[in-house]
Design a protein around this ligand. Structure first.
Ligand SMILES: [Zn+2]
Length: 256
């Protein structure tokens, strides 16, 4: 069992800044056991960044067939810590099926309205992180969970799309809203490790039982963008992956 004070010490040693903006993606099953469970981990994160810090977590719906309700729609798909966080007093959540949640001085700016059809563009919660000098913490998860890499894909103007839908409530009537999202299996986001390491832009450590990675959103987007500028398809599997094959097929359509 890792105590709260040990968690804070581990986070400080890793390089988490006091007073900064910290976006966290985590799988609690990798971190536990920790004092206080998921809530205890959140308290340790808040103690580390201090009252001037802003804590951010993904908070998106995993149900595309029901309208998103900012107060009640769960975000089970991104883990128990995120689901616990969104329900804590004072936490703001963006009113969007691609929601993020945040608490702290920059929380309102980060969770401001964002477009449905471009979930992770520059005008989105992860897209707002680089200008706030935000750090990103991956806790027991890899870069495949790192939503901010999609911001780099959007900024680079990649042309592949997956066809998705969400359900919206228009004056009590449910409507299906279809859109093309920049997406694929995301496994090749793992390439970021070597790219960040080559520039000395990623720190490694241990938090609870989990391997932790810490980087700046700005570095992540800058390095991903430079690789995407060289090869638009750098994150797509060449073969043996249905999702990446669908993304490649959409690119052929974009050429027509
Ligand atoms: Zn793939």
């Amino acid at each position: 069992m890792t105590s709260r004070s040990e968690l804070v010490e581990q986070l400080r040693t890793l390089g988490v800044e006091r007073g900064g903006v910290l976006a966290v993606h985590t799988a609690f099953s990798e971190v536990r056991p920790v004092e206080g469970g998921p809530h205890g981990l959140i308290e340790a994160l808040l103690e580390t960044i201090g009252p001037e810090g802003t804590l951010v977590m993904p908070s998106m719906s995993d149900d595309d067939d029901r309208p998103f309700d900012v107060a009640t729609t769960p975000c089970i798909g991104v883990g128990i810590v995120a689901e616990t966080f969104r329900q804590m007093p004072g936490v703001l959540r963006s009113d969007n099926p691609h929601a993020f949640a945040a608490i702290g001085p920059h929380a309102a700016a980060i969770t401001a309205p964002h477009p449905l059809e471009v979930p992770h563009g520059p005008d989105s919660p992860p897209g707002r992180l680089p200008n706030l000098h935000a750090q990103i913490l991956l806790l027991g998860v890899g870069h495949d969970a790192n939503t901010t890499i999609h911001v780099a894909e959007n900024l680079a103007g990649v042309r592949y799309r997956q066809q998705y839908h969400v359900t919206i409530d228009r004056d009590g009537e449910w409507q299906r809203f279809e859109y093309g999202e920049v997406d694929h299996c995301c496994e090749n986001f793992a390439k970021m490790d070597a790219w960040l390491d080559a520039g000395g832009k990623q720190r490694y450590g241990r938090v609870g039982q989990a391997e932790a990675r810490l980087m700046r959103a700005r570095d992540l987007i800058s390095i991903a963008s430079s690789h995407l500028a060289e090869d638009e398809l750098v994150f797509l599997h060449a073969s043996d992956c249905d999702e990446c094959a669908a993304a490649r097929a959409s690119l052929l359509l974009a050429h027509e």
